[in-house]
Design a protein around this ligand. Structure first.
Ligand code: SF4
Length: 279
């Protein structure tokens, strides 16, 4: 008898179930608020529904892949960098956070993405990475941070979308999968610290109030300018847009407030040939 090769779907399913179990263990169902719950562009309502209606938060294969990729690269890079404590728990006024790497001089956030384009400070995704790091800098009083983004695929240019799907092309000079790191400096005496601190506490208190009173109406939906792009893909779209889950006037105003990171004088972007530096 020669070599016998056959597909083994049972093993794939076994592995998928184990990974899903692992993902489920990390799901937050209590009222403890983590920094990632209150980042504006991540949608505070989505975090509410993920706790209150976990049965709607179906874990797709893609979610599991994303989770495993993130965990694996975080583990490898944290060990390689050997720069400080990994996942140290921070706490401020009932708000918790776990930076990927931290020592007394710097906080490092490691990000892993399938984005087809390189991110910068004009992208919502980059801004959510930046805000999470800034929140950690505010909580700890540390001035320097690094965002290190691992891109998993070659750069692609989007051409168009139609009912059959999205069309991209890969230029010859497109960037390869790589890691790109950004340095962020937030001076200890900068007024932005106070503004961000107020923003964090305000959003945290609102989130706790909504969870305790089971009242989603006080939580803002995503801002109007990104809603049409993001909401239709949200697992909680139907329930969130149901008229009984309206937004209070205060929540509506909050959703459309000007983001401090969009105020031109707040960020000074410096780019040189080899590194990208934001101060
Ligand atoms: S539908 Fe939009 S606003 Fe509502 S929870 Fe989802 S992302 Fe947030």
């Amino acid at each position: 008898m020669g070599i016998i090769i056959s597909k083994n779907d049972e093993f794939t399913t076994f592995l998928k179930n184990k990974l899903k179990e692992r993902y489920e263990q990390r799901r937050r169902l209590d009222n403890k608020v983590h920094v990632s719950d209150i980042i504006p562009s991540s949608c505070i309502r989505k975090q509410y529904y993920a706790r209150k209606l976990p049965e709607l938060d179906v874990i797709s294969n893609e979610t599991v892949q994303h989770f495993v990729r993130g965990e694996a690269s975080e583990l490898v890079i944290t060990n390689l960098a050997d720069l400080g404590v990994s996942q140290a728990e921070l706490e401020m006024d009932g708000l918790t956070g776990r930076p990927d790497i931290m020592n007394s001089d710097v906080i490092v956030e490691l990000k892993d993405t399938m984005n087809t384009q390189r991110l910068n400070v004009t992208d919502d995704k980059f801004k959510s990475y930046l805000r999470q790091l800034l929140y950690y800098l505010v909580i700890t009083g540390i001035e320097k941070g690094i965002i290190s983004i691992k891109y998993n695929i070659k750069e692609l240019k989007w051409i168009k979308s139609d009912p059959h799907g999205d069309y991209f092309f890969r230029p010859f000079n497109s960037k390869s999968p790589e890691i790109e790191s950004w340095e962020i400096f937030l001076p200890a005496n900068d007024i932005t610290r106070e503004i961000l601190k107020n923003e964090m506490i305000r959003r945290k208190n609102l989130f706790v109030k909504a969870l305790e009173n089971e009242d989603v109406t006080i939580l803002p939906r995503l801002s109007e300018k990104i809603r049409s792009r993001k909401c239709p893909w949200c697992k909680f779209y139907e329930v969130c847009m149901d008229s009984k889950n309206y937004e209070t006037e205060e929540a509506k105003e909050m959703a459309n407030e000007i983001d401090i990171l969009d105020i031109p004088s707040v960020i000074d972007l410096k780019i040189n040939d080899t590194t990208n530096t934001t101060t």
